[in-house]
Design a protein around this ligand. Structure first.
Ligand code: T4K
Length: 377
C-alpha cells in the first residue's frame, strides 16, 4: 500500500471544493437510480430551485449546467444586441458571453476600492447602440447597485449582473441577486457553493422564468412549439441532488472561510507594500476570494516574485484577474481595450494575487502562507 504524503507536504491550491460526506449523498443517488429520471426538470432539479429561491431570498431561479451558459442565455432572454458596457477585470467568461451573442463588448474602467465597474465612467461610454450594462460583483463584493440602476433607468438600459462570485451574499439585508434585471450565479467546483459544474439565472417574474426555461431547453415551449433557437444548458439530477446536500453545509463552510479571512487580515495589515480590499459595509459576505495587492517598490519584491516564491513552497495562489480580458487577442483590438482607457484595471491586474481560501484550509497552513508573505527576504 502506498503511504499517504504528510499533510504539510501536500500542495495548497487557491481553493479546494467543499464536498459532503459521501454517505450523505448516496441516498440521493439511490433515488436517481430507482426512478430513472436523470435530467429535464426532474424532481431534484425542481426541489433545488425551490430551496435556493428561499435560501437566497429571490423570487425566481432557473438552474443551469454552468455559469457561462447562464450568462449566454441571460443576454438572449432580454434580447440584448449591439453594444454592452462591461468590465475587463473578470474571468473571461463574462465577455465571452457577449461574443457568443455577437454583441460588441465596451470595456469601462473599474473603481479602485473594490475593483468593480466604475459607474462614474459608464455614461461616457454609452452610444446609440448600447443596450445593456454587464457588471461583475467581483470577488463577491457588491457593485454600486443604486448608481448602476440610476444610469440604466436614465438611458433605458438593462442591467445583467454577473454574480458568479456572489452566492449567498446579502446587500442591505437583501439577497444580492435581487438587483438588476437579471443576475447569474456559478456553482462551479471552485465556488463557495458547488454542484461540481452548475449555474443559475435569477429573475423577478414568472413570465421571464418561463422564457429562461424554454431557452435552456432548445427553445421548446410545449411538445411541438419552438419559440427561439435555444441551447441545451440544463442542470442534471446528480448536480441538483448534490446542490441539495451542499446547502446543509453552507453556513458552517462560510464561518470557516470567515475565520481564514480574519487571520489573513490580522496578519497582513500594516505590512508595507501589501493592501487589501476593505470589508464592504452593509454586506453579508461569503469570503469567496482573498485578493491582496503588491506594491513592488514598498514590498521589496514584485507580485510575480511572490507568486513564484509561494509556488516553490507548493502554495498555488492565483492572479485573478490577470491578464485583463481586454488584453486577450480576440478583444485587444477593440477601441475600449486601449490601456489609456483602463488605468485602474491595469494597476489591479498587475498587483493582484489571490491567496488560498477554503473551509478545510488548516490554521497551520494559513500561518505558513502568512509567514512566507511577511518574511519576504
Ligand atoms: N463569471 C465569473 C466572474 C467567473 O469567475 C466565472 C468562473 C464565470 C463567469 C463562469 O462560470 P462557470 O461557467 O465556470 O460556472 C476557475 C473556474 O473554472 C471558473 O469557474 C471561475 N470563474 C474562475 C475564476 O476560476 P481556473 O482556470 O482558475 O480553474 P482551475 O481549474 O485552475 O482551478 C483552480 C484551482 O482549484 C486548481 O488549481 C485546483 C483547485 N481545484 C479545481 C477544480 C476544478 C480543485 O481542487 N478541484 C477541482 O475540481 O478557473
Amino acid at each position: 500500500m502506498t503511504k499517504k504524503p504528510k499533510a504539510h507536504n501536500n500542495p495548497i491550491y487557491v481553493t479546494q471544493p467543499s464536498l459532503p460526506e459521501l454517505q450523505e449523498f448516496i441516498p440521493y443517488l439511490q433515488k436517481i437510480w430507482d426512478n430513472k429520471i436523470l435530467t429535464n426538470n426532474g424532481p431534484f432539479h425542481q426541489q433545488l430551485e425551490k430551496e435556493l429561491a428561499q435560501f437566497l431570498g429571490v423570487p425566481f431561479i432557473s438552474l443551469f449546467a454552468n455559469g457561462t451558459l447562464a450568462l449566454v442565455t441571460a443576454l438572449q432572454v432580454l434580447r440584448i444586441t449591439g453594444e454592452v458596457i462591461t468590465t475587463p477585470y473578470s474571468f473571461v467568461a463574462t465577455t465571452h458571453s457577449l461574443w457568443w451573442n455577437n454583441i460588441k463588448p465596451v470595456f469601462v474602467d473599474i473603481e479602485p476600492e473594490f475593483g468593480n465597474l466604475d459607474p462614474e465612467k459608464i455614461e461616457a461610454a454609452i452610444t446609440p447602440k448600447t443596450t445593456a450594462i454587464l457588471p461583475v460583483h467581483v470577488y463577491g463584493n457588491p457593485c454600486k447597485v443604486d448608481k448602476m440602476k440610476e444610469i440604466a433607468d436614465i438611458y433605458g438600459l438593462k442591467v445583467i449582473y454577473d454574480a458568479a462570485h456572489c452566492f449567498g451574499v446579502k446587500h442591505k439585508g437583501v439577497g444580492i441577486c435581487n438587483y438588476g434585471d437579471l443576475s447569474i450565479l456559478s456553482f462551479h467546483a471552485t465556488k463557495v457553493f458547488n454542484t461540481m459544474e452548475g449555474g443559475a439565472i435569477i429573475c423577478h417574474d414568472e413570465a421571464t422564468k418561463k422564457r429562461i426555461d424554454y431557452l435552456k431547453n432548445f427553445g421548446f415551449a410545449g411538445e411541438t412549439t419552438i419559440m427561439a433557437p435555444g441551447i441545451n444548458s440544463k442542470m442534471n439530477e446528480i448536480q441538483a441532488a448534490l446542490g441539495l446536500v451542499q446547502l446543509n453545509h453552507y453556513d458552517e463552510n462560510i464561518k470557516k472561510r470567515k475565520d481564514i479571512a480574519s487571520t489573513y487580515r490580522k496578519e497582513l495589515t500594516n505590512i508595507k507594500g501589501i493592501s487589501m480590499l476593505p470589508e464592504p459595509t452593509e454586506t453579508d459576505s461569503n469570503y469567496a476570494y482573498f485578493p491582496i495587492f503588491i506594491n513592488e517598490k514598498e514590498f521589496g519584491i514584485s507580485r510575480d516574485q511572490l507568486y513564484e516564491k509561494l509556488k516553490q513552497h507548493k502554495i498555488f495562489a492565483r492572479r485573478y484577474f490577470y491578464p485583463l480580458i481586454s488584453e486577450f487577442s480576440m478583444y485587444k483590438t477593440l477601441d475600449s481595450s486601449n490601456p489609456s482607457n483602463l488605468p485602474t484595471a491595469i494597476k489591479l491586474a498587475e498587483q493582484v494575487i489571490c491567496l488560498p481560501i477554503y473551509p478545510d484550509l488548516s490554521k497551520s497552513n494559513t500561518s505558513k502562507i502568512t509567514d512566507l508573505i511577511t518574511n519576504n527576504a
